[in-house]
Design a protein around this ligand. Structure first.
Ligand SMILES: Cc1ncc(COP(=O)(O)O)c(C=O)c1O
Length: 510
């Protein structure tokens, strides 16, 4: 046997190293992690997705003319999704067309970019007037809209103008109406909102937006493949007049591996405004509807394969399981002394919140609960509280994404929730007093300088993080997240954001 020309370790050793690294990851299957991962619980689907992904792995989905299989899969997936989202008939759909993207954030970014470009084309004088006044067109959403829309506003030069929610996380259509005007480039409603599972008043808001001639996007990235089969909901999709675009993720309740979502538009004109094209360079004409250029075909192929295998009946059956689990969790969590469900979830997202109606010593703090539950093998997600611009505070909560596999874990999850609540009952929300004192000792005060907050340098942010428990045990992450979340809640947003950027940047710093 001839010697290998490569100096690196053998393929077997490299894969063994990777397997060891993977063993340290949170489990992606089995329902122990109630966020980030969407487990159908069906190994048949996972195998199909893997095989479809492998068959298409070498392709570049940038060019469906060179690789026509991409065009076929994309076409069929869009057709499937538009039927699921009420756009399958001309009566309701008005010619719904769209594109496959790499995920929820990309779909949201493109929805905003498209609406902004159309708004600019329709309002050249107002756009120029605003620009002269140093102002930007607005993006109106509820406070609970996914953060991807804040990112979009920053990237595409819009002013994010959130409608304040009620303390229970719901939002009123009247709040949107008050904000509408000619300078609004896009209104966004969620179906449902990630933090609390609330279904925004889609029909009312879309109707008002239509009257004002404003585009209305429904962000169904989370619920796009669950809400179509969720019982008892009002219409929220293309059947609603005034809804101009919808985003829906296949890599969430579509059960495909990460990297696939769709953005659908009512009408070709709107869809075409999503494209980028240029012939003004000496290379190949670049014409594409997404932010990415070269891109993998595997997530598309996996989503296409799963949608074919499941069909609407399959998705309906998987959603029915989520409904049963969500009802059980809502019921059982509400029975836990000191704990409540935040608002009224209309979908597979549930947020747990302290019940302020019982004496302090009997309250259950959701972040302590999440930390305690982690020691019992279940991970739920810390969501910091936040004060809206009108002063109404949205509470800190703990989020659970319910997936079909959750039903199998309920006999363990419910007692674990009860036991974790018993263990932390009466413990008050973590106080960042030590961290704040530590910041003072380090000479950093979060104060305004010339209108904007002074933000800590990377080194200063890291020193603050270390006080909050980061950097110990060879990991940049603190063992418990409750104190860090409490600190993030207390600090002005730009300061908290700089500290959290540092935390994430350190994770992968060589
Ligand atoms: C409602 C909603 N919109 C957008 C997104 C962003 O999706 P992604 O994480 O795929 O970029 C999410 C993610 O959870 C979501 O729940």
């Amino acid at each position: 046997m001839s010697a290998s020309p490569f100096a690196g370790p053998s393929a077997a050793d490299i894969l063994a190293e990777l397997a060891e690294l993977r063993a340290g990851d949170a489990p992606t299957q089995g329902g122990r992690v109630l966020s980030y991962v969407y487990d159908s619980g069906l190994s048949e689907l996972d195998e199909l997705a893997r095989d479809a992904a492998e068959l298409t792995r070498p392709l570049n989905a940038l060019d469906p003319t060179t690789f026509p299989s991409i065009a076929v899969m994309e076409r069929e997936l869009i057709a499937f999704m538009r039927r699921a989202l009420g756009g399958g008939t001309p009566r309701f759909g008005g010619g719904v067309v769209g594109s496959v993207t790499s995920g929820g954030t990309e779909s949201c970014l493109l929805a905003v970019k498209t609406a902004r470009d159309l708004w600019r084309a329709d309002h050249p004088e107002l756009a120029a007037k605003l620009a002269r006044a140093g102002k930007q067109p607005r993006l109106v959403t509820a406070s609970t809209v996914h953060a991807a829309f804040q990112k979009a506003a920053r990237m595409f030069d819009l002013d994010w103008d959130p409608v304040a929610c009620e303390p229970d996380g719901s939002v009123r259509a009247a709040g949107f109406e008050e904000k509408l005007g000619a300078d609004v480039a896009l209104v966004v409603v969620s179906a449902p909102a990630y933090p609390n599972g609330a279904l925004d008043p889609v029909a009312e808001v879309a109707g008002i937006a239509k009257e004002f001639g404003v585009s209305c996007h429904v962000d169904a990235c989370f619920g796009g493949l669950a809400l179509p089969w969720w019982p008892g909901l009002p219409d929220w999709d293309f059947r609603v007049p005034g809804v101009t675009s919808i985003s829906a993720d296949l890599h969430k309740f579509g059960y495909a591996p990460k990297g696939v979502s769709v953005l659908l538009h009512r009408g070709r004109k709107r869809h075409r405004a999503q494209f980028f094209a240029t012939t003004s360079w000496p290379g190949y004409p670049v014409v594409n509807p997404t932010l990415l250029g070269s891109k993998p075909a595997s997530p598309l192929a996996a989503a296409w394969a799963i949608s074919k295998r499941l069909g609407f009946d399959g998705y309906a059956a998987l959603t029915a399981s989520c409904v049963r689990s969500a009802e059980t969790i809502v019921r059982e969590a509400s029975l836990i002394r000191g704990l409540n469900v935040w608002g009224a979830p209309s979908g597979p997202s549930i947020a747990l919140v302290t019940d302020d109606g019982v004496p302090e010593g009997e309250r259950v703090d959701p972040h302590h609960l999440a930390d305690e539950l982690a020691t019992r093998g279940f991970r739920i997600q810390h969501q910091p509280g936040f004060t809206q611009r009108n002063g109404v505070r949205l509470p800190h909560t703990a989020h659970l994404t319910v997936t079909p596999v959750t039903e199998r874990t309920l006999p363990e999850l419910v007692p674990a929730l009860q036991a974790a609540a018993d263990a932390v009952r009466g413990r008050r929300q973590a106080s960042p007093r030590l961290e704040l004192l530590g910041m003072q000792a380090l000479g950093f005060a979060p104060k305004r300088e010339g209108g904007a907050y002074r933000v800590p340098s990377p080194d200063m942010a890291w020193r603050i993080l270390k006080i909050a428990g980061a950097g110990s045990r060879g990991s940049s992450l603190p063992g418990k997240l409750a104190p860090l979340m409490a600190l993030a809640e207390k600090l002005p947003a730009p300061v908290a954001e700089a500290i959290l950027i540092e935390l994430l940047a350190r994770v992968s710093e060589p």
